[in-house]
Design a protein around this ligand. Sequence first.
Ligand code: HPA
Length: 290
Amino acid sequence: MSSSQKSAKKLKAESEFDRAESAASFIFSKTKLRPQIALVLGSGLGAFADEFRTPVKIPYAEIPHFPRSTAIGHAGQLVAGKVGEIPVVGMQGRVHLYEGYSAKDVAFPIRVFARMGTKIVILTNAAGGIKPEFVAGQLVVIKDHINLQGVSPLTGPNDERFGPRFPDMTAAYDRRFREMAVGQGNRHHSGLPEGVYAALPGPSYETPAEIRYLRSIGADLVGMSTVPEVIAARHCGMRVLGISCVTNAAAGILDQPLDHKEVLEIAERVKGQFIALLKTVIPRIAAELD
Ligand code: HPA
């Protein structure tokens, strides 16, 4: 074999699919658990993984090909464990486009979970509230999204081993899961509304004019994450639940500047409510797998 043939073979051998496979094997070498649900825990919301039973913690830095989070409020480790009797895996922190990662990098952990056989992903985030009722501290179930990040993790040649070239996004956020979350929110909390999440690249917060524009196109929430992961999850055939924690009124709604410290403070304040919601929702959505 000539050296160019060898390097072509090597390139082929290092497909995204193979990278996901080697990360999945590494995780399986650290834990016997076979997670049914993966959780991506956004800014300040990672505390939920501290409650897992029999936790095994794996720093992202140790997992082959895994991106490392640099954002404040993101611990940067994977925690495998149990919620009740349900085996789960949680990401304490995610990576974002604004850190310089590509949409593919951002979505890579989702593809790893898919290779691990995980069929459900719960994505959480901190978001600005565009809808006037969405005040700081409100939890909202994501019913749909608008991708304004200008990128997709599926750009480039499609690998059919992950999923089809043109995945359907009609029901990106699973209807059953949304109903279950809203039902539990109404039972145990002061109501859990639904909203449309608009994703922007960040890292600057929006201008008031951008927020007026987002409202006019049907967005209720705004943030800088989640959408690449949802696209990759749907591509792999995973079912998705998305929950936003509104940490602030979006720019221009209140006459005050936005501050990441406030985002983390509010996330910290709703932590208990957020954890209680996930604890009631997880067994219900896991029951869908049977
Ligand atoms: N805009 C974008 N992302 C955010 C916000 C916001 O107001 N709050 C938390 N994440």
